[in-house]
Design a binder for this molecule. Structure first.
Ligand code: UDP
Ligand code: MG
Length: 313
């Protein structure tokens, strides 16, 4: 039995139809399944639509977070509550093609893979800027952590053992894609083409993406701190050269008129210091977040499959 986990945020227009589509496909393929839908504090009629699904389909569990905590937190909530021998994580907008699911299940069940991971063959329709940013991010992630999450996606089938291992992570600030690469296990990468969104629009702004990129890099690697170290070494070396040069000029009677040099140096050193401080600050902020030990999400409501009465809170 597999549990299909979907984080849902403001997908009121499409969620009903999309879950129905997945349900019909799985039923046709005779794959036993349940649904676990996590409403990530939607502000439209998503929760009502999810309840309609729970009324109409068997085995639908609903979680509702107290506000919008973000996709990562919604996934956490889902994984912590998911039952079943395997958990299939997919987006609610059908950008992760349901047609791949039977093959994923086969690889897990028959070939014995613990994680079957959807890997983007093409990134679908994205702006040039978004593509470049994604490439740059994955490259620095690989270089600094030694883990290639390359074209990985959140479209994943995970065996129970992997989910249990995942639950042991104490950190609050998670990056789902990275964590599952860190875990190891027997993995299989299944290429798929990102489908266009089935209605609605993407919830990611550029700012949110930059934040996610910084968060995930700082959770996996301290490499930026080393970068700051080397930056310091480089500036120090440059300064040394300049000192030698200035002294030479001084003793050979061609003393530098200096003012612009001083300004330039000030600027250079000032920016290097600020950059370094901000990098250290990022890690301190991270420690602060973790030390506070706040829960990753708060549940407002849970609806189990057996609760058939309408409870639209
Ligand atoms: N999502 C969520 N919380 C958020 C933003 C998004 O649960 O704060 C869900 C969303 O409903 C969808 C999935 O995460 O099921 C992927 O979101 P989206 O399609 O907006 O991202 P994209 O496909 O553009 O990367
Ligand atoms: Mg999407």
């Amino acid at each position: 039995m597999i549990a299909v986990l979907m984080p849902v945020f403001n997908e009121g227009d499409i969620i009903y139809q999309n879950v129905q589509t997945v349900h019909e496909l799985l039923q046709k393929e005779a794959i036993e399944h349940t649904f676990l839908l996590v409403d990530d504090g939607s502000r439209d009629r998503t929760w009502e639509e999810m309840n309609r699904l729970a009324d109409d389909l068997p085995g639908v569990t609903l979680l509702r977070l107290s506000r919008n905590f973000g996709k990562e937190a919604a996934l956490c909530a889902g994984l912590e509550h998911a039952e079943g021998d395997a958990v299939l994580v997919m987006d609610a907008d059908l950008q992760h093609p349901p047609a791949c699911i039977p093959e994923m299940v086969r690889l897990w069940r028959q070939e014995g893979y613990d994680v079957v991971e959807g890997v983007k063959r093409s990134r679908g329709k994205e702006s040039f800027f978004a593509k470049g940013f994604a490439l740059l991010f994955y490259r620095s992630f690989r270089k600094s952590t030694g883990m290639d999450i390359g074209v990985a996606s959140d479209f994943k089938l995970m065996d129970r053992t992997v989910v249990e291992a995942w639950k042991q992570f104490g950190e609050k600030d998670t990056f789902f894609r990275g964590l599952s690469a860190w875990e190891g296990f027997r993995r299989y990468a299944l290429p798929f083409d990102v489908a266009p969104r089935a209605g609605g629009k993407s919830k990611w702004s550029l700012r949110a993406l930059v934040r996610l990129a910084i968060r995930s890099l700082t959770s996996y690697t301290a490499a930026p701190l080393f970068f700051v170290f080397w930056l310091g070494v480089a500036t120090g070396f440059a300064a040394l050269l300049m000192i030698v040069d200035t002294l030479y000029n001084f003793f050979s009677g061609r003393a530098a008129t200096g003012f612009s040099t001083v300004i330039l140096l000030q600027l250079l050193i000032g920016s290097a210091i600020m950059l370094s401080l901000s990098v250290i600050g990022l890690y301190v902020a991270k420690i602060y977040e973790e030390v506070k030990g706040r829960p990753r999400y708060l549940l407002r409501q849970v609806r189990k499959p057996e609760q058939k009465e309408k409870d639209h809170g």
